[in-house]
Design a protein. Structure first.
Length: 100
């Protein structure tokens, strides 16, 4: 085989490798999108399970434990929100006093 034939063969191998790599990346991207969609659906399932649990339509020991944790987190978040409001009001009153 002459040098041009060798170069053509090498170029074809590179091109084939690039096509395979592009196909692989497309498959990975599709897999990633499907996984993201699955995660969104799991969030929706969790929201629905919470609704059913609160309505006492689901009774499950593991779900009870998880929902208790969520309730505790909600209470902590509410307390932090109240602190933030209190802090903002304090800053507002402090700045009002100093500008007088």
């Amino acid at each position: 085989m002459d040098i041009f034939g060798e170069a053509k063969k090498a170029f074809q191998l590179l091109a084939d490798g690039a096509v395979q790599q592009a196909d692989y990346l497309k498959l990975q991207a599709r897999l990633g999108k499907l996984d993201e969609e699955k995660q969104r659906q799991l969030v929706e399932v969790g929201k629905r399970a919470e609704e059913l649990w609160q309505a006492r339509q689901i009774k499950d020991r593991t779900l009870d434990i998880l929902m208790k944790r969520i309730t505790d987190i909600d209470e902590q978040m509410d307390a932090l929100r109240q602190e933030i409001i209190k802090h903002a009001q304090q800053e507002e009153s402090d700045s009002g006093e100093s500008s007088s």
